[in-house]
Design a protein around this ligand. Structure first.
Ligand code: HAM
Length: 423
């Protein structure tokens, strides 16, 4: 037997109905916030992520699905959405669009070769937004408010928003030097990657999965002490907006995030539940990226965004015991008695389906009792039973399953009765 690849999952019909419920809600919220959907390819040039996400990140160094295509080009299955959306923004010259800032959202599979764990997959589905073209604390506040709104709209309560400022490029030069000084005397105790990172990008030592319990990580200098005046004022303004909006948050000076493009505001939304055993508790992450467009040869516009995975949102919903509304149902189940009635049902189903009625019948020669059970399983709103008598009279009793009420009518009247009942 051939098995599903490690770190992937089949989303079976019972689950896809939950996915569609979640996605429909997300699309609706995006309308409310005036964001428009963008769909970019699932694979891109490897260079895009190497430059955009950063050569020294775990994502680029260890987790990318990279291969040569038949034209000998290096291709990578997208590990995240931001670099791809920014590439598309630049390529399609969106800075020239009349509506600025450009507010985009996306929803689709991402790929990272990571260790499998509850809430961590090799193919996972990110829903994310990118707002490009406004360097304004109120833009950051909008994105943060949207993150909270999304999770709260599903009824989730145990949430913790953690924010930080990682400053601008200028603030970071001094910070990187301070980190080098701090780690240099002990770097021989650290993993091979960190010994490299101290040269290329010492901030990455702070989120190393191997060395995270080393004592110097806790005592490392904090970016907060290196923020220049502009960065400090920007962060204060973002926090004031959050205070005004009544959005609770925690500032964690050690939150640096695992991707290189972040500047100023960086954030994660965590599941606030210590009892949640061992599973990943970060539901969503994002931040501002002021240098990314220029790094990818684009205009000097800036952006901010976030991404969440639907898989982790589902875990959080399960964890808080939030039920999904029962949405799967059909309008009508047609039970039959005898061959003639069954032949007639085939035509009736066809007519009703073309009129937009969701309808099903038995295909396994079940007895009437079995057919009624099937109607129940399909959560059918109405049922009819067709036998010789109904065929002769051209009339049938339409039964409303929940109330037990029946109403007799001509076959031709069923469609308008059901559609009328819906209103
Ligand atoms: P990220 O923190 O790498 O950021 O991922 C964002 C979210 O994607 C995580 O918080 C988590 O919900 C989900 N996620 C990541 N890896 C996995 C995995 N292996 N399995 C399941 N879920 C996962 C980004 O990707 C940035 N592009 C976010 C962003 C947008 N920043 C600015 N704009």
């Amino acid at each position: 037997m051939i098995h599903i690849p490690r770190g992937t999952q089949d989303i079976l019909p019972e689950e896809t109905s939950k996915w569609r419920y979640i996605e429909a809600k997300l699309h609706k919220l995006m309308e409310v916030y005036n964001y428009q959907e963008i769909r970019t390819p699932i694979f891109e040039s490897t260079d895009l992520f190497a430059r955009g996400v950063g050569d020294s990140t775990d994502v680029v160094q260890k987790e990318m699905y990279t291969f040569k295509d038949k034209g000998d080009r290096s291709i990578t299955l997208r590990p995240e959405g931001t670099a791809a959306v920014v590439r598309s923004y630049i390529e399609n010259k969106m800075q020239g669009l009349p509506n600025q800032p450009v507010k985009l959202y996306y929803n689709g599979p991402m790929f990272r070769y990571e260790r499998k764990q509850k809430g961590r997959y090799r193919q996972f589905n990110q829903f994310g937004v990118e707002a490009i073209g406004a360097e304004n604390p109120s833009m950051d506040a909008e994105v943060l408010a949207m993150v909270m709104h999304i999770y709260q709209s599903f009824g989730l309560k145990k949430l913790k928003l953690v924010i930080n400022s990682v400053g601008d490029a200028e603030s970071r030069v001094d910070y990187q030097n301070a980190l080098r000084e701090h780690f240099q005397p002990v770097i021989h105790n650290y993993c091979k990657d960190c010994q490299q990172r101290i040269k290329t990008n010492p901030m990455r030592i702070l989120d190393c999965k191997v060395d995270r319990h080393q004592p110097e990580i806790k005592t490392a200098p904090s970016i907060t002490d290196f923020l220049n005046d502009y960065s400090k004022a920007y962060f204060e303004a973002v926090k004031s907006h959050l205070d005004r909006l009544g959005i609770p948050y925690e500032v964690d000076p050690n939150l640096v995030r695992g991707l290189d493009y972040y500047t100023h505001t960086a954030f994660e939304l965590m599941m606030d539940n210590e009892a949640y055993d061992g599973a990943i508790t970060t539901l969503c992450g994002g931040g501002r990226y002021n240098g990314l467009l220029e790094l990818l040869d684009g205009p000097s516009e800036t952006g901010i965004g976030f991404a969440l995975s639907i898989e982790r949102l589902l875990l959080a919903l399960e964890e808080e015991g939030i039920e999904f509304p029962q949405t799967e149902h059909i309008d009508l189940f047609v039970a039959t008695m005898g061959e003639k009635a069954d032949d007639f049902a085939v035509t009736l189903l066809n007519q009703l389906r073309h009129a937009g009625v969701s309808v099903d019948k038995d295909y396994l020669s079940r007895k009437l009792k079995g057919q009624m059970k099937q109607a129940d399983r399909l959560n059918s709103t109405y049922t009819i039973v067709i036998g010789d008598q109904e065929l002769e009279a051209g009339e049938v009793a339409v039964k409303h399953m929940a109330t037990g009420e029946t109403q007799t009518m001509k076959f031709e009247e069923i469609e308008s009765y059901i559609h009328g009942g819906k209103e």
